[in-house]
Design a protein around this ligand. Sequence first.
Ligand SMILES: Cc1ncc(COP(=O)(O)O)c(C=O)c1O
Length: 344
Amino acid sequence: MTGQNNKPIPDWETLTFSLTETDFMYRSLGNTGRDPVWDEGAYIPFEDIMISPAAALMSYGVGVFEGLKAQRTTGGKILLFRPDANGRRMQNSAERLMMPPFPTEQFVESCAELVRRNEHFVPPPEYGSLYLRPMQHAIEPQLGLGPCSQFATHIFCSPVGSYFRGGSPRGVRLKVLEQGRVAPGGTGSAKSMGNYAGAIWVAQQWKDQGFDDVLYLDAHHLKYLTETSGSNPFVLLRSGVLVTPPLDSQILPGITRDSTLRIARELLNLDVEERALSIQEVIEDGVEMFCTGTAWTLLSVRELVYNDQVKQLETEDLRGKLLKVLRDIQTGDREDPFDWIREV
Ligand SMILES: Cc1ncc(COP(=O)(O)O)c(C=O)c1O
């Protein structure tokens, strides 16, 4: 088979959250004038792709993406975490951008088969994971702005280590912005390209000043927490209640957020609320804070800076408990009561 065992295996000790090319990627082409819309796809060597400069994605950013991980267990199995949830979210994102949904079963099976074909790139347990990046784009050459009929779904993967390597073990420092990440009623709940393109400049202004990332307030009131550039926030209040903002058009429905909520409620019997959480309430009553995401896992926030107010968050006990349960399920060290794990 072409492309097999060609690319070098990285040094597992020095993995970061950056691209290492692997041997195979997956491609399926879609056309809404056909039934079924999507072809069965193929596993091809990881390589540059040819695309018309007039493709809708090139000018208009008609594209969505996903991120999920495969984990090697101490017993030698490889497990995917909730790939069906990523498949459903990619369908929702695609529909928001007027693209046809990619079938979830095909999504899950192609993720699993891609991992099998790149099996030697899955790091040993404790060293990291294989990150999968599914994407869907409008590839139709088209000058005017409007719906398209030709699409491509690609999935590639890369071994990765932790997202904030070398950062403080006590978590991240966030700048709270009086600005929305996206517009109310916009594309915030879709994982669409444009949301991220515009956010790079914003975060970089503050990274240059020593912050790890930014925390956006809601675009309408400039008062309530929404999310960071790539993770959902949780705050433990003095009263003992764990709070996270409710999902709306400005928030990406994180799969780690949903998993954390279910573990907190159903396995740890914690008092959890999904409700609007103002930055003032966090400053006055917050005792612990962490952010959740596939890349971030559960990462403590040690400091928030909001205008001239600085909020230090000293503890990370709850985050530690929740992360242990999540990790143990993801690595097969604990029984999976939610049917989240898919063995590859
Ligand atoms: C804006 C944003 N919020 C939250 C998340 C966390 O989502 P998940 O837990 O599914 O990775 C991500 C990452 O995909 C993101 O890009």
